[in-house]
Design a protein around this ligand. Structure first.
Ligand code: SAM
Length: 208
């Protein structure tokens, strides 16, 4: 089954079941983004709105996009303030869903489903104002090397989504090609236990 169909299915339980990756990313995002100021935000892959709520309280305007209408329906139940607009879109296609410029683009736990990182960096760079930030937090490459993939249980059994491997250097090289410099690279560990491999990797890039 394709990514959209599977996320439509997962939407029923995404917020309810234990998910260390989801929860750790929520903490990481708030820590990193609390240190910068922003007004006009594009949230890629908003899902059920885990981060949309927090971002909507900090931003003047927020455009939240997602491929899955069912995931986004959950987000709409959480966030209904007039400064937030939701748009169903596939970010692997040219970003015709906006003509605006943003001072922050966020991307949490979505790039493992996208093969061509360069396309995403190219589009993100084109919608960012000069000086704007691009925040990314994804499953750490170490986790990917050991076989971790987005997955969820259904009555019919375990569903595993299509995932693509991204090495740390892939993010850096895509950023460099698209006039983005890295201001911050972090690794995030379960219970902050640095004796074990990290769960997540995050980047804060900035457009020159
Ligand atoms: C693991 S969820 C993460 C949701 C949210 N960002 C979070 O941190 O909880 C991944 C989300 O990316 C969306 N997604 C996957 N591929 C996409 C694409 N090509 N375009 C837009 N959204 C996509 C899925 O529909 C899903 O809602």
């Amino acid at each position: 089954m394709d990514t959209r169909t599977l996320y439509n299915q997962w939407s029923a339980t995404y917020d309810k079941v234990e998910n260390k990756t989801r929860d750790l990313e929520g903490e990481a995002g708030q820590k990193i983004l609390s240190s910068i100021s922003f007004e006009n935000v594009l949230e890629l892959g908003c899902g059920t709105g885990k981060n949309t709520e927090w971002l909507s309280q900090k931003a003047k305007h927020l455009l939240a996009v997602d491929l899955s209408e069912e995931m986004m329906a959950k987000a709409k139940e959480k966030v209904s303030t007039p400064n937030v607009r939701f748009q169903q879109a596939d970010i692997t296609q040219p970003w015709s869903f906006t003509k605006e410029k943003f001072d922050l683009v966020t991307c949490s736990l979505i790039l493992e489903h996208i093969e061509d990182l360069n396309f995403i960096f190219e589009q993100a760079s084109s919608v960012l104002q000069s000086g704007g930030h691009f925040y990314i937090c994804e499953l750490h490459p170490y986790k990917q090397y050991s076989g971790s993939k987005a997955r969820f249980e259904t009555n019919e059994g375990l569903q595993v989504l299509e995932c693509f491997m991204h090495h740390a250097s892939d993010y850096f090289n895509a950023a460099m090609k698209n006039v983005l410099t890295c201001e911050c690279l972090d690794e995030w560990f379960d219970k902050n236990d640095r004796s074990k491999p990290p769960r997540l990797i995050s980047f804060l890039f900035r457009k020159k």
